[in-house]
Design a protein around this ligand. Structure first.
Ligand SMILES: Nc1nc2c(c(=O)[nH]1)N[C@H]1C(S)=C(S)[C@@H](COP(=O)(O)OP(=O)(O)OC[C@H]3O[C@@H](n4cnc5c(=O)[nH]c(N)nc54)[C@H](O)[C@@H]3O)O[C@H]1N2
Ligand SMILES: Nc1nc2c(c(=O)[nH]1)N[C@H]1C(S)=C(S)[C@@H](COP(=O)(O)OP(=O)(O)OC[C@H]3O[C@@H](n4cnc5c(=O)[nH]c(N)nc54)[C@H](O)[C@@H]3O)O[C@H]1N2
Ligand code: SF4
Ligand SMILES: [Mo]
Length: 837
């Protein structure tokens, strides 16, 4: 039995390069439940991060009582991480689940029935449509619903109402991943595969603390770095994360750039690749556009200059570039340290450039993983309940709009495409200004998770804005709603979702939702019916009854597009493993890796966007795009580095950055209700470097005030391993507390009180990772800070007097089991098994 709080990644199963990742089945059952008590195991995949580990849900007496990894699933080969094990099920039977709809009565929310609650939503909707049309309406949704729910919502918003104001929290999450792939390859769609881990010579992680945020994927990496013929790891992160430590251990490099300087760093790597003759000139000439322009842009980023900008060692930059330039196969991953930091899209595209320059794409070991974060962010991007159109279609291409109009049988003019879609930050701007008067928030908690959260709460509370919130719990956001709709969650409804490397899973309903809670799909369809949306022949729009019917409609919508699900059915997803798209006539069993033929979806007729200037966000026109005659080639696109918006000053001398810890998921609505996880990271903290702590007279656990021009928090300090000059805050802690629930105000450690509403010019993703702040000591601490010791937050080894309090080791997870499987199942698409790929 294993304590997976103390042992985040579980028992190692090291193996040699080119061999199949061993199978280890991890399981956790609630206290007092024995394996023999489990009445049923129901197939699903984990919904607590983008990794999408295959999982079976244990059911007893109509309740979810635990989980077990699926041995034969391509994604996880049976493994689960701490969040998946401990956090997947306890929330479902929490006593404070929403079980009935609520409506506002003055300053209170009171219980009511569905008819009354939905009646108010529809009445307000109709009134505003009559008064001022669909531009009064906005939807702000999630990266945590199911594919079917997004496709239904996209249909309602884009073909029913016809509003361009529809986005997801995917804007805060992986809008930049999508943007970077669109700019480089012509369309969204992850080039790489997890099987690249088994074949690579080096792994580069850019602003990605995979060890804590996709823990099972990190187990897979560790099983290579600890096995025969291991890859070297290169880590780009201002903190000494577990990834950084593995980089040091494998003879790779840890580059700790000043927050906000990523683009200069990657430009330098590209410059070194050019200058040392590591470019695969033949491949580049055949399959890319823009080589000369890129060289002109990056040629001045020599290691000495960039060392000055980023605060890293010039020789470390050279070493990292050499590892990239001399390896036969490199796997790169990119995540929030890039997507949420300054010049997000340009920096992420710069990583694509490196791979294209070396022709390292579409071959085993040469993956690019422009990572996702949320478990279903991918599906929102695919189905278009965000700023995208279904099927990676281009809103600027009239033929694509016509295709959609045919699919939905509506007038093309109904589908909003006269201007770029409204992104999340703009939706809140319009709501603040009063032109958006009706906002439906589903499966996201913006009062905690959006930048400058004080302002977001004020907007949500505005009299002139009618707010609907659809959630599992009465969150900080739901407290501010006019109508609260109780939703069924994971395990309580059926649907599909797609992980980082395009693997689609079916998640079946295991138990009934509590009380009157209904699935998001049912709720959206209930609204569509009540509104009476019709197609152009007067037949009801979105006239679906079951998730499978919606899935079948989606298969048609995706047919022939890069994101092709046409050959995939629920039946194929039952019983075995998840299956990576495209699945169609030419790839009936799915596709492990894209672009093996170096044919990119970049043609003017095919592409999802004509592209942008990465520095300014200016759009490339159709004529300009056609003139380039991409012909299936990929784009090499560069941009100059510029300094971040808010640089340290005398008043605010430190850099402020935010992120995650292994044990909590976002605003903690699920993990906070899981005893083992909540105990491991119970309350907010900030991380200071030893140097800064000494200068400020702060010791481990002392309470500090952290202030930016927008707000402040007061929390205990961890004297840790963040780079000097930077302060790191986890963003998980709103006002919710285990016993008290949430209030409509900010929590004392709410990281987003300090962040700013500034976003990337191309992806429009807000910059949660760059701001300036000052830190002052408020009082001596009563003990060490609540930060975990097993993660990037661990106390600095050399803290000296700043670390004078001894910190107990993080441990104490409920027992889990872990079983090695000697006779592994077949993974047909895995090149290490020599399958029919
Ligand atoms: N445990 C856990 N796992 C999760 C989640 C969770 O909440 N908890 N959420 C999921 C979701 S939705 C997402 S999006 C992913 C996010 O996964 P990650 O991106 O791995 O997580 P973060 O902690 O947000 O940021 C990663 C790193 O960026 C670094 N960083 C900060 N500023 C900069 C910078 O300017 N440059 C560089 N190079 N690095 C910088 C931080 O030090 C941090 O270690 O995690 C997913 N998995
Ligand atoms: N400072 C800072 N801020 C950040 C980030 C950061 O790194 N730093 N990261 C950003 C990123 S990447 C992300 S993804 C966001 C996440 O931010 P949020 O999306 O606000 O975070 P969650 O807590 O996951 O909120 C999801 C909500 O959906 C509810 N829910 C879960 N399942 C269902 C369901 O099936 N149906 C319905 N209706 N509701 C459901 C949950 O109870 C919860 O209230 O935060 C962003 N904010
Ligand atoms: S790695 Fe992600 S998907 Fe897998 S068990 Fe952990 S939280 Fe769940
Ligand atoms: Mo995210």
């Amino acid at each position: 039995m294993v304590d997976r709080i103390a042992d985040i990644w579980g028992a190692p199963t090291p193996h040699a390069r080119g061999t199949v990742w061993p199978v280890r089945v991890d399981q956790h059952l609630h206290e007092g439940v024995a394996e023999a008590d489990v009445e049923q195991w129901v197939q699903s995949a984990c919904l607590l991060c983008s990794n999408g580990c295959g999982v079976d849900i244990a059911v007893k007496d109509g309740r979810m009582v635990g989980v077990r990894g699926r041995a034969g699933d391509v994604v996880n080969h049976g493994r689960l991480g701490p969040k998946g094990l401990y956090g997947s099920t306890p929330w479902a039977s929490a006593p404070d689940r929403l079980t009935r709809p609520l409506v506002r009565d003055g300053d209170r929310l009171v219980e009511t029935d569905w008819e009354t609650a939905m009646g108010r939503v529809v009445q307000e909707s109709k009134r505003l449509l009559d008064k001022a049309g669909p531009l009064t309406h906005a939807f702000y949704t999630s990266g945590q619903l199911f594919l079917e729910e997004y496709f239904a919502l996209a249909t309602i918003g884009k073909a029913g109402l016809g509003t361009p104001h529809m986005d997801g929290n995917t804007r805060l999450c992986t809008a930049t991943a999508a943007a970077a792939m669109k700019e480089s390859f012509g369309a969204d769609g992850q080039p790489g595969s997890y099987t690249d881990i088994e074949h690579c010579d080096a792994i580069f992680l850019y602003g990605h603390n995979m060890a804590e945020t996709q823990t099972v994927l990190w187990s897979r990496v560790l099983d290579r770095t600890r096995g025969d013929d291991p890859p070297r790891v290169v880590c780009v992160d201002p903190r000494r994360t577990p990834v950084a430590r593995e980089a040091e251990r494998t003879g790779g490099v840890h580059l700790a750039p000043k927050v906000g300087t990523n683009l200069a760093l990657v430009n330098c790597l590209a410059r070194e690749v050019f200058a040392n003759g590591w470019v695969d000139e033949e491949w580049v000439a055949a399959h890319t556009l823009g080589r000369e322009e890129l060289w002109e842009t990056v040629s001045s980023y020599d290691p000495e200059r960039v060392a000055g900008i980023c605060g890293v060692d010039a020789d470390d930059l050279r070493r990292a570039a050499r590892i990239f330039g001399e390896s036969g196969a490199v796997l790169s991953t990119v995540l929030q340290g890039f997507y949420q930091s300054h010049q997000a899209t340009a920096s992420s595209v710069a990583v694509n450039n490196l791979h294209l320059l070396r022709g390292m794409i579409g071959r085993p070991g040469c993956g690019i993983l422009q990572m996702n974060g949320q478990p279903t962010a991918q599906n929102n991007r695919e189905c278009g309940a965000d700023g995208d159109l279904p099927g990676f279609r281009n809103w600027d291409n009239p033929k694509h709009i016509d295709e959609l109009a045919r699919l939905w049988n509506v007038d093309p003019l109904t589908i909003p495409h006269w201007a770029p879609p409204t992104h999340a930050m703009e939706i809140f701007d319009h709501a603040e200004a009063g032109s958006i008067e009706w906002l439906w928030v589903s499966a996201t908690n913006p009062a905690v998770s959006m930048p400058e959260s004080g302002r977001i709460r004020r907007i949500l509370a505005q009299e002139s804005l009618f707010v609907v919130v659809q959630d599992l719990f009465l969150t900080e956001t739901a407290q501010l709603a006019d109508v609260v709709l109780p939703a069924a969650g994971w395990g309580e409804k059926t649907g599909t979702f797609t992980n980082v490397n395009r693997t689609v899973h079916l998640s079946e309903d295991a138990v009934r939702p509590p009380g009157e809670a209904r699935s998001d799909l049912e709720i959206f369809l209930m609204y569509a019916r009540a509104m009476g949306f019709t197609d152009k022949d007067g037949a009801p729009l979105a006239a679906w009854e079951t998730p499978e019917e919606v899935f079948d409609a989606w298969r048609e919508a995706s047919r022939g597009r890069p994101v092709d699900y046409s050959g995939l059915t629920y039946a194929m997803l039952r019983g075995g493993s998840g299956i990576p798209w495209p699945v169609n006539e030419s790839a009936p069993h799915g596709t492990d890796r894209l672009y093996a033929d170096a044919q990119f979806p970049s043609d003017t007729e095919v592409c999802e966007t004509y592209g942008h200037d990465l520095l300014t966000g200016a759009e490339v026109t159709e004529e300009e795009h056609r003139a380039m005659a991409p012909g299936g080639r990929a784009f090499l696109k560069g941009a100059e580095y510029s300094a971040p918006h808010e640089e340290p000053s005398d008043e605010y001398p430190l850099l402020y950055t935010t992120g995650r810890t292994a044990y909590q998921f976002h605003t903690r609505t699920k993990t906070g209700r899981a005893r083992s996880l909540q105990k491991a990271a119970p309350a907010a903290w900030v991380e200071l470097s030893v140097d800064d702590a000494r200068q400020l007279g702060v010791a481990e656990g002392d309470v500090v005030r952290v202030e930016s021009p927008r707000g402040s928090i007061e929390v205990p300090a961890r004297v840790g391993e963040v780079m000097p000059g930077a302060v790191f805050a986890p963003f998980h802690y709103g006002s919710w507390e285990p016993e008290q629930g949430a209030t409509a105000g900010a929590g004392p450690g709410q990281a987003n009180e300090l962040t700013m509403a500034v976003w990337d010019p191309v992806s429009k993703q807000p910059y949660f990772k760059t701001a300036a702040c000052r830190v002052t000591k408020v009082r001596d601490g009563a003990g060490p800070s609540p930060a975990p010791t097993t993660t990037a937050s661990r106390p600095a080894a050399d803290a000296g007097t700043a670390g004078r309090r001894s910190v107990p080791q993080t441990a104490g997870g409920d027992a889990t089991s872990s079983t090695l499987v000697d006779d592994p199942p077949r993974f047909p698409l895995d090149p290490a098994q020599d399958g029919d790929h």
